[in-house]
Design a binder for this molecule. Structure first.
Ligand code: ZN
Length: 115
């Protein structure tokens, strides 16, 4: 949880409520409001899920265009099948890398004492 720093009314207030209550500026709550952070996160998320989008496109291409092409239909079918089976495994394996990258683009935040 992203708490803001300070005593009195600022104590135990999260960054989101801090901005709403005018205790901090949006610049100070970079984790929530920075466009750079948002873009970097969107970039990471889309790169993580893009292969699933492409595999669906390729299966459609196979079904509509390649299915009736003799010999090649089975070659492409085999390749697609292997990719489809490997994809979830790679997805699971890359979870740690993905989490680390996401952690890396999250702005540094020092947890106040007592949290
Ligand atoms: Zn809050």
């Amino acid at each position: 949880m992203n708490f803001i720093h300070g005593n009195g009314p600022r104590k135990d207030v999260c960054a989101n409520c801090g901005v709403k209550m005018d205790l901090i500026t949006k610049e100070e709550a970079a984790n929530l409001y920075s466009n750079d952070v948002a873009n970097a996160r969107l970039n990471l998320v889309s790169r993580r899920w893009a292969p699933f989008f492409w595999i669906i496109v390729l299966w459609n291409a196979w079904f509509f265009f390649i299915k009736d092409v003799q010999i090649w239909n089975w070659v492409v079918f085999g390749a697609l099948l292997i990719i489809t089976l490997i994809l979830p495994v790679l997805f699971l394996i890359s979870t740690a890398t993905y989490t680390a990258k996401m952690e890396k683009i999250t702005p540094e935040f020092k947890r106040p004492d007592g949290h």
